[in-house]
Design a protein around this ligand. Structure first.
Ligand SMILES: CC(C)(COP(=O)(O)OP(=O)(O)OC[C@H]1O[C@@H](n2cnc3c(N)ncnc32)[C@H](O)[C@@H]1OP(=O)(O)O)[C@@H](O)C(=O)NCCC(=O)NCCSC(=O)C[C@H](O)C(=O)O
Ligand SMILES: [Mg+2]
Length: 279
């Protein structure tokens, strides 16, 4: 069963208290960050703190380690240190598939994830997504906005080309893909609107920077009661139509074909996976 990735919480690996707290937080996945959230002077101690933290029990939460770039003085050491012991290694600023080749050599047995946050990465999203070792993609909307020279807009118009391109690439190759962070972590309405936009586009979930953002992401990226009810009724109606030798059913005045049944089944499976995670 595919794991849900509704809420993916960043935690600075230098913050022992936050890493401990995360063992009980309602995050579907955690990104332990060695990159941007850790100051250069803290890089070495953060690596040790994280190695100790990963021995703790995080339940079913996926544990993803974001290493420093392999072009930095810390990247290779990070990759070697966490080649085992985490559920995935997240490589920052992936601009081309060869960036993942290098990571794959250093991390032979653990799935790789890619931060999609450079202009070149957007243009190469398809070849990055099809890399055989890649499991998931994370939008880095802060770095992307910086590279583009984009202004912040609530509708994220300047970022939509990049978001859509990465989503297409991820879906073409069956990868998980989660949306970027919403920086104003006390603005609940703003977060909800951005989660709704990401959900409408098709993202699996949202990366988050503060525990206060978890509940909204978990709610928005889960199927609603209405969606579940519709999915069940579509499956029943289609089975009935099929029994009568028809290829199409009608539910609530809309046609239901086999492709809608695939979506309906995926909706029910997602709800089941979420329920399992909570149990
Ligand atoms: C943003 C923060 C610096 C705020 O921290 P703080 O002032 O400590 O918040 P609170 O006092 O409200 O914290 C309340 C309690 O919650 C815990 N806490 C806070 N944040 C986290 C967290 N991320 N995970 C787990 N627990 C957390 C505190 O320890 C408090 O606990 P308690 O002691 O029990 O009261 C801080 O939230 C923070 O550092 N957030 C993460 C920032 C980060 O990781 N940034 C890097 C990723 S974003 C990025 O790089 C995206 C991408 O690359 C791009 O380009 O877009
Ligand atoms: Mg970034």
């Amino acid at each position: 069963m595919t794991l849900p990735y509704r809420s993916v919480l960043y935690i600075p690996a230098a913050n022992a208290r936050a890493m401990e707290k995360a063992q009980t937080l309602a995050a579907d996945a955690i990104i332990f960050d060695l990159e941007d959230a850790v100051a250069p002077t803290e890089k070495a101690p953060a690596r040790d703190l994280l190695a100790a933290a990963l021995l703790a029990d995080y339940g079913s939460r996926a544990r993803i380690v974001r290493i420093n770039g392999l072009d930095t003085e810390w990247g290779e050491g990070d990759a070697r240190a966490f080649a085992r012991g985490a559920d995935a290694v997240l490589v920052p600023k992936v601009s081309r598939a060869t960036d993942l080749d290098r990571a794959a050599e250093l991390v032979p047995d653990t799935p790789l994830w890619a931060m999609m946050e450079t202009a070149e990465g957007m243009l190469n999203a398809h070849e990055i997504a099809r890399h055989p070792r890649l499991q998931g993609m994370v939008m880095g909307t802060n770095d992307l906005a910086k590279e583009l020279g984009a202004r912040f807009r609530a509708d994220r118009l300047p970022l939509l080309a990049g978001l859509g391109t990465c989503l297409l690439a991820a879906r073409a190759h069956g990868r998980v893909i989660v949306d970027g962070v919403f920086n104003a972590f006390k603005d609940e309405d703003g977060l909800r609107a951005e989660c709704e936009q990401g959900r409408d586009m098709g993202f699996d979930g949202k990366t988050l920077i503060h525990p206060a953002q978890l509940a909204i992401a978990n709610e928005v990226f889960a199927p609603t009661e209405g969606e579940l009810d519709l999915a069940r009724r579509q499956i029943d109606a289609f089975a009935e139509a099929k029994a009568q030798g028809k290829g199409v059913a009608v539910v609530d005045g809309r046609i239901v074909e086999n492709l809608h049944i695939e979506t309906a089944r995926a909706t029910l499976a997602k709800a089941e996976a979420i329920a399992l995670l909570a149990s």
